[in-house]
Design a protein around this ligand. Structure first.
Ligand code: SAM
Length: 292
């Protein structure tokens, strides 16, 4: 098959052939850069292994992945694209396309059925309207993953890779750092998509850690502590945490000082190690479920 899916003229002619119109609501912006496709597929480090792709569109990234991986499974929500993909991937023996909504799919079962127990990579040019729920699902799902390589809005990539005390640092940054080593692979201007989105993009790799970056006595309380700390960004850690966990300010203040965290600091200045210490302290003060 000699289809050049990165060529805007090819995209247009396939769209005409299948009567396909782009749905903005499904984040349908198709990538036209061969170089960026190679960067995503290479960053997934899937040579000889398995890859789960989210949102294949016309199959441009699917083809690049199928050249490297042993097996590619692609989940596409838009039923209209299934016929198109049968055509654009007709020469690919190692690709399975499923008409599925990634957010409604039991990924643990799917990965186990399709790939056995093997660790796989996820690669996607994500639909931007659901970037955070998808990344959260992938990270929190206890899935056998090696790498997650995704195209996201540039500002989201900056947030996921942010350093403490920067304006971009937030709860999602800590979620990523807890489970993975995040890294921006390359920036991608809006003009490299058809149709172009309103924002610039970046390719992000989350390399999954063998075990969470910090040891905590209770993971749920760790994430509740993070949520509490960012619940009111302008307030001190003491105020945010005492309100969120209904804790006495005097007791909490003394407990924070005991673990060398100034209660007057703002939550957004804490490193992940300090969050871990604050979470274990909260677990001691509140009991196992984070409720007093
Ligand atoms: N992979 C293609 C590319 O790189 O050109 C298309 C990427 S486009 C940004 C996002 C794709 O995700 C679209 O094909 C869209 O239909 C699909 N999509 C949107 N929401 C989805 C969902 N919940 N589950 C699976 N696919 C979805």
């Amino acid at each position: 098959m000699n289809l050049k899916l990165t060529n805007p003229k090819t995209i247009k002619s396939i769209a005409e052939q299948f009567g396909f119109t782009f749905k903005k609501g499904l984040g349908q912006n198709f990538l036209t850069s061969e170089a960026v496709l190679d960067e995503i597929a290479d960053a997934a480090e899937c040579d000889g292994g398995g890859v789960l792709e989210i949102g294949p569109g016309f199959g441009v990234l699917t083809r690049a992945l199928s050249e490297r991986a042993e097996k590619v499974v692609s989940l596409e929500i838009d039923e209209r694209l299934i016929e198109v993909l049968k055509y654009t991937l007709s020469d690919r023996r190692n690709v399975t396309v499923k008409n599925r909504d990634v957010l409604k799919t039991d990924l643990k079962s799917l990965i186990s059925e399709e790939f056995g127990g093997e660790k796989i990579s996820v690669a996607a040019n994500l639909p931007y309207y659901i970037t955070t729920p998808i990344i959260t699902k992938l990270l929190e799902g206890g899935l056998p993953l090696k790498n997650i390589v995704v195209m996201v809005q540039k500002e989201v990539a900056d947030r996921l890779c942010a350093k403490p005390a920067s304006k971009d640092y937030g709860a999602i940054t800590l979620l990523c750092r807890y489970f993975s080593e995040p890294e921006i692979i390359t920036n991608v201007p809006a003009g490299l998509f058809v149709p172009p989105p309103k924002v610039d993009s970046a390719v992000l790799r989350l390399r999954l850690l063998d075990k969470p970056r910090v040891d905590v006595s209770d993971e749920k309380i760790f994430f509740k502590t993070v949520k509490a700390a960012f619940s009111q960004r302008r307030k001190t850690l003491l105020n945010c945490m005492s309100a969120y966990f209904s804790l006495d300010k005097g007791v909490l203040s003394a407990a924070l000082e005991e673990i060398s965290i100034d209660p007057k600091r703002r939550g957004e200045t804490l490193s992940i190690e300090e969050f871990a210490a604050a979470a274990d302290m909260t677990a001691r003060l509140t009991g196992a479920d984070g409720q007093k």
